[in-house]
Design a binder for this molecule. Structure first.
Ligand SMILES: Cc1cc2nc3c(=O)[nH]c(=O)nc-3n(C[C@H](O)[C@H](O)[C@H](O)COP(=O)(O)OP(=O)(O)OC[C@H]3O[C@@H](n4cnc5c(N)ncnc54)[C@H](O)[C@@H]3O)c2cc1C
Length: 408
């Protein structure tokens, strides 16, 4: 009987284990944490955004986009839905395609995986951190002083460095490098950004639904709409997270990263100027600060006035066209230089990883060593926010296990 070891009880590893065990293959999972799938539990704010109805290769970043294209062709939304149904989970999709368990609770996803594995007699060695993998006739895994021998195959499903408090690390990269694999340098992604400015400190806590445009070496790359949250270190919020993938990769390449915020994106410059001028006429005795506070949060009003060198106590009747233009420009095209990310601890995913050119796209087997497999986030594939990362983790786990079972 074939015996397979899986390192990592996350989305990818647990999926592979179910598929293998259903084909009567003996599976042992090794998980460093005392609990399984800690990232699933906290994902999607506790709701677990499992996948997305609208999946395309363009939702992913990788040095080798063909690899992800092939994966998604084999295992897309419907295949994942069928698999989730098979472990007792029903799904529902929102208008934007984001798909969740019908219970809308991440815990139910973990329950379904764990009970299915239990019923299939899969052994999970929790609190077992694998330190090394060796191969003679078969594979041996070493955890502290204990060794586990006789595996015909090993699946590395260790994830990467994002969220170390939940188990993120680079162990998988060390295993891959030990067998001669090329590593694409990793970087935090879906993460807040640090700025070369102190303005954000006085704005900390302000949340605006607006537009963020990212410029790399002064060239416009992408505009994203959504929440922008000022923090004590810079900014975050869904729009910033979405743009952070481009920012983080560019910073790694020592490129200049600038972000322009449009904090009043429902207005064009003319209509916003007209609104402000009109308000100044309606309440000429009020200060410009009070006038602006009628349009934007008070902290933002104060910062805009400071940045445009306008006294906050200035009477509305004394505000001239040039001042209004300056205010509008700040509110709609406020430029910030990005100097860093908020780091792996706060990142949802990690870019880079094992170079997929050295991985078989059908089976996820290493081209360097027969019987060694890599699945999930450890590979150089990351998705945008919206369920795309779990989709890849589940898909790679399923496809890898299916191929191992076929080669029985
Ligand atoms: C806060 C947060 C929210 C997220 N929300 C979403 C979301 O809603 N939708 C989405 O698509 N994605 C989301 N993600 C991303 C998603 O969680 C990951 O992309 C996905 O979990 C990757 O799955 P994986 O199985 O490859 O790795 P992981 O889930 O990271 O699992 C790897 C496992 O391997 C274990 N491990 C590591 N090294 C060893 C070792 N040496 N020995 C034994 N065990 C080891 C780790 O402890 C871990 O349990 C979120 C991430 C975070 C941090």
């Amino acid at each position: 009987m074939k015996k397979i070891a899986i390192i990592g009880a996350g989305a990818a590893g647990l999926t592979a284990a179910i598929v293998l065990a259903r084909k009567n293959i003996k599976v042992d999972i090794f998980e460093q944490n005392d609990k399984n799938a800690k990232k699933i539990l906290v994902s999607g704010n506790g709701h677990c955004n499992i996948t997305n109805k609208n999946i395309a290769t363009s939702n992913y970043i990788s040095e080798n986009p063909q690899f992800i294209e092939y994966t998604l062709k084999q295992f897309g939304f419907h295949e994942l839905e069928k698999f989730m149904n098979s472990i007792g989970l029903l799904l529902f999709s929102k208008n934007d395609g984001k798909t969740y368990p019908l219970s809308y609770e991440a815990k139910s996803v973990i329950n379904a995986f764990e009970e299915t594995l239990q019923n299939l007699n899969v052994t999970i060695h929790n609190a077992h951190r694998v330190e090394s993998i060796t191969k003679d006739e078969t594979f041996t895994l070493t955890c502290k002083e204990e060794s586990y021998e006789g595996y015909n195959g090993v699946i590395v499903a260790t994830g990467l460095k994002a969220a170390p408090q939940l188990g993120g690390n680079d162990d998988g990269l060390k295993f891959a490098a030990a067998f001669g694999h090329t590593i694409i340098e990793s970087y935090p992604s879906l993460v807040g950004l640090h700025l070369d400015s102190s303005v954000h400190e006085s704005l900390s806590g302000v949340k605006i639904n607006g537009e963020a445009t990212i410029y790399i070496d002064r060239l416009k790359e992408k505009t994203v709409r959504g929440d922008i949250l000022f923090t004590n270190y810079g900014f975050s919020g869904l729009a910033i997270l979405d743009i952070s993938q481009i920012a983080s990769k560019a910073l790694l390449n020592h490129q200049n990263v600038d972000i322009s915020l449009n904090l009043m994106s429902n207005f064009n410059p003319q209509s916003l100027s007209a609104q402000i001028s009109n308000l100044c006429k309606i309440v000429p005795q009020n200060s410009i600060y009070t006038v602006l506070s009628g349009i934007v949060p008070t902290k933002l009003a104060l910062s805009v006035l400071k940045e445009t060198n306008i006294q906050s106590s200035l009477k509305a009747s004394d505000v001239n066209t040039k001042m209004v233009k300056g205010i509008v420009n700040k509110l709609q095209n406020w430029r910030f230089k990005v100097i860093d990310t908020h780091g792996y601890k706060h990142a949802e995913v990690c870019g880079g990883g094992v170079d997929t050119l050295e991985i078989d796209a059908k089976s996820f087997e290493s081209k360097k060593l027969k019987g060694l497999y890599f699945i999930g986030e450890i590979l150089d594939v990351i998705g945008e926010r919206g369920g795309y990362n779990f989709q890849f983790a589940f898909a790679s786990g399923f496809l890898c296990a299916q191929e191992i079972a076929k080669s029985k």
